[in-house]
Design a binder for this molecule. Sequence first.
Ligand code: ZN
Length: 185
Amino acid sequence: MSVDPSSLRLVTYPDPVLRKRAAEIPAVTDEVRGVATRMIEIMYAEEGIGLAAPQVGVPWRMFVVDVPAKEAGEGEAAGSPPTSTGGPRVYINPVLVEPAGGMEPFEEGCLSLPEIRGDVNRPPVITIEALDAEGRRVRETAGGLLARCWQHEMDHLDGVLIIDRMTQMSRLRVRSKLRDLERSR
Ligand code: ZN
């Protein structure tokens, strides 16, 4: 698949590309970097903190994240894992390492599901292994909003959306908005 980055646009539910399992990226080429750069532009234009390649119609295992410290909240304890990125980051062929411990609820939204927000339970701390935009292997651990964001974007690479993971209460609350999105196609 050859991709022209300038042609990429945000894709919204129920576009079928959002339900596909994305494919591994065989090599971190200039084409891959071009798509990542365009994804970062779109993420900023849409005022999001993360964006996965399927959300711009590209079925590749890659996402971009920029969680500002002020969004992640103050009062990070010394020695605890970071909750923000301090700039845009690219994760290619990411893998999440299963954490120990329980799940926490937090309200999530998604650029591909306009006006839909709901509580999703996820582990509060997580470790990621991936390649960066230079093709270097990285391994990082995060908490708070950054850990949340990694897991949300990772789901997109497997065709999973927040509407699949929301609590029963949230699912009921967004039901009519979701139907509107399905009808608007
Ligand atoms: Zn999303």
